[in-house]
Write a protein that binds this ligand. Structure first.
Ligand code: GLC
Length: 409
């Protein structure tokens, strides 16, 4: 990013911290994940016939948006075209789309309208890889067919991106995925991006279309980057609906994940795929409601915060005494290990002025010797069932003891 224009464009996104990823589309009919066509090696014609069964009538984007909003999410990203090439929008390029299916609806239009009505930022995910076109899964450059072979695929892609960025009003995020073949020259990525920026001057674009884009996208790992970044995570082990995958992360794990992203100045894009009927599974809804409840008490530790530089053991090599964020002269420490009535931490240069426990009614007494801090008078037991947060006000801007000083202990 770097340029002032880019920084301004991204400012809402940098404070948002928490978004919803929705994997939905024709693969949902099978309920065995987004990759079922590939995993099961389903021939293209047999797969294409599934279009006749695509009819998730109870799907209600306004309800999706309501759940996201109640869960404290500030933006949403919907897969408008997965790797199978099926479009959830009205397109002149192919009839392999939701409007031409028994469903008969332009889900992208319904989604962006529902987002706008609720003040929710809108993101569209688009897989460049498209299994409708044979040759897309050739992985190595030497296997690529002549670039001319891909012309139709690339033309169609550019046109669909044009439709998406022209026909639906303001879109906040364009989230590209899976560039196969993996060659920006074949995709004419620079040209495509120039068109996107022309059509949507304030849009944010991720890093998966062969150009650096505005932010990085570590997947299923919250690995910080030296640029704006967003970790996308599944709630189970599957991106698309797969009721057979019972491996749900707990609400506590998810809240800790969100905090650990914010503590390294990153966003969390958490995936919850609706089922074949278009409705979210109960397990996911329950978890999101718990996260929403946690955020209503502890949201000040997340929104608009940055990584807190309070000691080299914190945030960098792991959580130490907790994951810590900061805003101004406040530090928010999410205690992954509650210590009882006294909480101890160190490696902070500043004087601590006062402390609170978010959501708990107690007087906290601060004791400090050098960089060592004791917070007394806390509840004996964790005051939050998921992840208790301490809000610590310091003198000046939080600074840490430099790692070199560690050696004198
Ligand atoms: C992987 C999966 C894809 C999913 C994406 C989300 O690339 O293959 O299906 O949409 O992750 O980041």
């Amino acid at each position: 990013m770097g340029d002032v224009e880019g920084v301004d464009r991204a400012s809402w996104w940098q404070t948002a911290r928490f978004g919803m990823f929705i994997h939905f589309g024709l693969p949902t009919v099978l309920e065995r994940g987004i990759w079922a066509q590939y995993w099961e090696h389903i021939p293209r014609d047999e797969y294409a016939a599934l279009k006749g069964s695509f009819n998730p009538q109870s799907c209600d984007p306004a309800e999706w948006v309501r759940l996201a909003r109640d869960s404290g999410m500030k933006y949403m990203v919907l897969t408008v075209r997965n790797h199978d090439g099926f479009c959830l929008f009205d397109t002149a390029t192919t009839d392999f789309n939701s409007v031409a299916s028994p469903f008969g609806r332009d889900l992208v239009r319904e989604f962006v309208e529902a987002c706008r009505a609720a003040g929710m930022r809108t993101g569209l995910y688009f897989s460049l890889m498209n299994w409708r076109h044979p040759g897309c899964l050739q992985r190595r450059a030497e296997q690529y067919r002549a670039p001319a072979f891909y012309e139709r695929l690339v033309e169609e892609t550019h046109e669909q991106i044009r439709e998406l960025t022209c026909n639906y009003g303001k879109v906040d995020v364009l989230w590209f995925d899976c560039m196969r073949p993996d060659d920006p020259a074949i995709w004419r990525s620079e040209e495509m991006m120039a068109m996107v920026r022309r059509n949507q001057p304030s849009i944010l674009v991720n890093d998966r279309a062969g150009v650096p884009g505005d932010f990085g996208t570590p997947e299923n790992e919250a690995v910080p980057q030296s640029r704006p970044w967003e970790a996308c995570f599944t709630m189970t082990d599957t991106w698309g609906s797969a009721p057979g995958d019972r491996n749900w992360k707990t609400s506590r794990e998810l809240v800790t994940l969100l905090m650990s992203c914010a503590a390294r100045s990153g966003n969390l894009l958490l995936n919850l795929p609706p089922g074949a009927d278009g409705r979210f599974p109960r397990e996911g809804v329950d978890r999101l409601r718990e996260i929403g409840k946690w955020l209503r008490t502890n949201g000040e530790a997340i929104y608009g915060t940055l990584s807190a530089p309070i000691g080299h053991s914190l945030n960098i090599i792991g959580p130490g005494q907790g994951w810590a964020t900061m805003r101004g002269s406040s530090i928010y420490m999410a205690a992954i290990r509650w210590q009882g009535a006294t909480f101890r931490f160190a490696w902070l240069k500043n004087r601590v002025l006062s402390a609170r426990v978010l959501g708990a009614d107690c007087e906290v007494r601060v004791e400090q010797k050098g960089d060592r801090v004791w917070l007394h008078g806390l509840p004996e037991h964790p005051p939050d069932p998921l992840l208790p947060v301490l809000a610590i006000r310091v003198e000046g801007r939080p600074e840490r003891i430099e790692p070199g000083d560690f050696l004198i202990l």
